[in-house]
Design a protein around this ligand. Structure first.
Ligand SMILES: Cc1cc2nc3c(=O)[nH]c(=O)nc-3n(C[C@H](O)[C@H](O)[C@H](O)COP(=O)(O)OP(=O)(O)OC[C@H]3O[C@@H](n4cnc5c(N)ncnc54)[C@H](O)[C@@H]3O)c2cc1C
Length: 367
């Protein structure tokens, strides 16, 4: 997603771009049901994707705007953040990753300055000579943008190291149809074993999220057990529902030790940083990387200074978000009285402080 958006943004700026994608890339195959991988994209990035001509190309049934976001601590203190509090019509939108990728590839396929190489990989990177090999063919390049996800091959070929750890937490995602309509609101409830959350996908369509340790999920090996467990957690909030599919994803935190190398290789998106998804910020940070890189390439006179400025800006912002996710993960999940007290007092304070709430709402919208 992030790499395709970068390719489109930079091609629009007049650069010739070749996209090398290990997967199949573009496909016309749109299923009626939602895929499990969904992103909550904040409103500023929805607007940006609209300007790129991408948002209008997404299958309408595969994105859904949400107007409210709620957080509840393990002691039941709840704060609601509504778009109406800042006179906005939406905080952002839920979008199926596959449909967003498809819309991006549709735009790329029509772009006169883009060449698409699907089901291909870079096999060799000769950084000093600024050339790379795909299959038997060597290509010269000015800039290689590594947007190949958390196991970035570009980072490995450029000798960029990674630091990270597993959270010992697995995220269970389930797509479900509710019997009663649900509001266009996303919410998250924290509890000591990990949070659970809901993403609205339509009037009666939702994505249910339940974070627990790998070990806890191993005690529920069958579909029937998982469905029963989800019913025990979510029925009190949304009434009866039917799960159509579910899957589990391990949670890892990782960051590249450098965002660029050789003044001609740069990392963006999960290739540079992957964070805990509990606040749905991963792809939003990746799109922010693209916007910063684009701006620096426009403003700086050399590639070297553009990459250095890009790294300075984005490392600071991404690290801040990573630390915030760690603080939320520890603070909200803690069974100790002190962190719980801090969290509950903070939430109570927020409820009574409209200007602070409005500021948080604007941040949640990407402002
Ligand atoms: C359970 C879960 C829920 C999440 N929910 C949200 C959310 O609500 N909101 C949000 O903002 N983020 C969310 N995230 C994070 C988000 O999914 C990632 O941050 C985002 O997918 C990163 O996008 P990317 O394009 O950088 O990397 P990826 O999505 O990993 O894409 C990498 C691309 O590179 C290709 N590729 C890989 N290797 C190679 C290679 N060697 N050569 C060529 N191509 C290659 C892949 O095929 C793929 O197309 C969630 C993550 C998880 C695990």
């Amino acid at each position: 997603m992030v790499g395709a958006a970068a390719a489109l943004a930079l091609a629009d700026d007049g650069h010739s771009v070749t996209v090398v994608e290990a997967g199949p890339g573009y496909s016309d195959d749109v299923s009626d049901s939602w895929d499990l991988r969904i992103s909550s994209v904040h409103q500023a990035n929805v607007d940006w994707l609209q300007q790129l001509g991408v948002w209008a190309a997404i299958t309408p049934a595969k994105w859904f705007p949400y107007q409210q976001l709620s957080v509840r601590s393990s002691n039941g203190v709840q704060v609601d953040f509504a778009a109406s509090e800042v006179a906005a019509s939406a905080l952002g939108a839920m979008v199926e990753n596959l449909s967003l990728q498809q819309a991006l590839w549709q735009q790329l396929a029509q772009h006169p300055r883009v060449t698409l190489l699907a089901q291909q990989r870079i096999e060799q990177l000769d950084s000093p000579q600024q050339r790379l090999r795909i299959g038997d063919q060597w290509y010269d390049y000015d800039l290689v943008i590594g947007a190949d996800g958390a196991n970035s091959q570009v980072a490995q070929l450029a000798g960029i190291g990674m630091r990270g750890w597993d959270y010992d937490m697995t995220c269970l995602l389930a797509i479900a149809r509710t019997e009663q309509p649900v509001p266009a609101a996303t919410w998250e409830v924290f509890r000591p074993c990990g949070p659970y959350a809901l993403l609205p996908l339509g009037a009666q369509q939702v994505c249910l999220i339940d974070y627990r340790s790998q070990q806890q999920w191993q005690t529920l090996p069958t579909d029937a057990q998982v469905t029963a467990e989800l019913a025990a957690v979510f029925t009190a909030h949304i009434g009866a529902f039917t799960v159509s599919q579910h899957g589990r994803f391990p949670i890892r935190r990782q960051r590249a030790l450098s965002y660029h190398a050789y003044d001609s290789v740069v990392l963006i998106g999960d290739a540079a940083h992957s964070i805990h998804p509990l606040a749905g910020q991963g792809v939003n940070l990746g799109f922010a990387d693209v916007q910063e890189l684009q701006q620096q390439l426009r403003e700086q006179t050399t590639l070297a200074s553009a990459l250095a400025h890009y790294e300075r800006q984005r490392v600071a912002a991404n690290q801040r978000m990573m630390r915030a996710m760690d603080a939320i993960h520890v603070g909200f999940s803690s069974q100790h009285v002190l962190p719980q007290l801090v969290v509950d007092t903070g939430l109570q304070l927020l409820k009574r402080t409209p200007w602070l709430k409005q500021q948080i709402i604007r941040q949640a919208m990407g402002g």
